[in-house]
Design a protein around this ligand. Structure first.
Ligand code: EPZ
Length: 429
């Protein structure tokens, strides 16, 4: 078990290359099961969630060769021997469920336990199953497992009650091998959906309209392997932007596309942060929390403000003079970072789905605990802005979605160190 030790730091400065997007890598890795041909993926960060997906593909019988230095994967799904995965792998990550669409479409059946993932809400899978049923699959729930089976899938029109990212991805993948046309209405429009659609089309699929609320997929008989580079991680970029906004300074984020971060850029500019976009990245310049304006944030499906940046921004606003309100409309339990921020001196109250933030003069370093991926990132931001030293435990949550976050922050001037708790106990002993 590791922890971060972070000393309140001076302003941030420097340049950082943004890693590949976790939430693009996971569905695209699953999509490789739609063919028996080899695919090569580039820009896949060796995050624990991506390693978990690698194990899931291998449990089906696929061969996955990882080159961590080049951050590339060779996936050879020729030797698939089963249509189900072990409980431990299915429950390790939420994205495990994204293999259901590809396996159902290719083999006519799939059996999966309920997925795992951050405990930020109930996170049902009813919209995924509604989509598979619309394509003609028989769905059974037995002993906690979901069984989907269909001799063949037939295209149909599916209206998603909520623009679910995962359901859009799962149904889109299944529909690539269905007979005829599938239309997904009220589809999610996140950049990761577009990236998956682009990958599927590189495999020979026929997906149109990704990035809009209506996606049309015309089924094909066969898909082939592809060579593909995934998009950079807008959430990692947004997290570093929130840190710079609060702490102050000037950084350059390489390889990130401004149009993937429109709601975040707009909000930061409202707060008084200067952001300039160029062909190869974003320059972020901030006077620091003392000089920023309080604001209101409401998380919404894309192109609204992303829920994955709610916690990092709640943290950044804790020190901004005045009253800010952050409302979380996507997940019902995504304020677990607030009690930890209050331990550091933040003045935040939760009222229903909103965090009411009254900016404080300073935060003080404390021993706090990461409770989920983005909550952990929020604590890192608070610790970098706090007076004194903080210890953040359970940083395995952070490692799920941020590749070498401590290295990136160190290069930007944050005084952060990763320590193995066993080692620190040894020191004491
Ligand atoms: C994806 O999760 C991301 N994960 C999440 O990122 C992200 O927060 C979320 O999309 C929203 O943008 C991956 O891509 C691996 P949803 P997903 O289905 O697909 C409800 C992170 O920190 N819902 O769009 O699980 C659900 O309960 C993670 O990187 C149903 O009701 O999100 C939630 O309230 C966290 N029925 C809302 O929709 C369903 O069948 C959004 O969920 C599916 C979802």
């Amino acid at each position: 078990m590791d922890k971060f030790i972070i000393k309140g730091s001076s302003v941030l400065s420097g340049s950082v290359r943004i890693s590949g997007a976790k939430n693009a890598a996971l569905p695209i890795m699953a999509a490789c099961l739609l063919t028996d041909e080899e695919s090569i993926l580039h820009g896949i960060p060796p995050l624990s969630d991506c390693l978990a997906m690698k194990s899931i593909l291998e449990s089906f019988g696929a061969m996955v060769i990882w080159n961590p230095l080049k951050q590339s994967l060779i996936i050879r799904p020729q030797g698939i021997k089963t249509c189900e995965i072990p409980y431990e792998l299915a429950t390790a990550i939420r994205a495990s469920f994204l293999v259901m669409g590809p396996v159902l479409a290719r083999f006519g059946q799939a059996t999966l336990d309920m997925p795992g993932g951050c405990n930020i809400g109930l996170r049902p899978i009813d919209l995924h199953l509604k989509g598979f049923a619309a394509l003609g699959a028989k769905i059974d729930i037995e002993h906690g497992k979901t069984l989907a089976s269909a001799k063949y899938l037939i295209g149909d029109k599916i209206y998603l009650d909520f623009p679910s990212v995962g359901a859009t991805e799962n149904i889109m993948m299944a529909a690539t091998l269905a007979d005829g046309l599938t239309t997904i209405e009220n589809a999610a429009t996140e950049p990761e959906i577009v990236d998956l659609a682009n990958f599927l089309n590189t495999m020979g699929a026929n997906v149109k309209g990704a990035g809009t609320n209506t996606i049309k997929i015309t089924g094909v008989k066969h898909l082939h392997g592809a060579n593909y580079t995934i998009i950079p991680d807008r959430i990692e970029a947004g997290t570093l932007m929130a840190a710079t906004a609060a702490r102050g300074g000037e950084i350059f984020l390489e390889d990130i596309a401004g149009d993937h971060l429109k709601p975040v850029i707009a909000k930061l500019r409202e707060m008084g942060v200067d952001i300039s976009e160029s062909a190869n990245g974003l320059r972020v310049k901030s006077p620091g929390f003392m000089y920023l304006d309080a604001t209101e944030i409401k998380t919404m499906p894309h192109p609204g403000f992303p829920t994955d940046l709610q916690a990092p921004f709640t943290s950044a606003l804790a020190l901004v003079k005045g009253n800010s309100i952050v409302t979380e409309t996507i997940f019902e339990n995504r304020f677990m970072h607030v009690p930890e921020l209050v331990k550091m001196g933040a003045n935040i109250k939760i009222a229903s789905r909103s965090a009411l933030i009254e900016g404080v003069e300073c935060l003080s370093g404390a021993r706090v605990m990461a409770t989920d991926l983005r909550a952990g990132a929020a604590l890192v931001i608070a610790a970098a802005c706090a007076d004194g030293t903080s210890e953040i435990e359970n940083i395995y949550h952070i490692d799920r979605g941020y590749y070498k976050l401590e290295n990136k922050l160190l290069n930007l001037g944050v005084k952060i160190e990763r320590v193995s708790i066993d080692a620190s106990i040894e020191k004491v002993v």
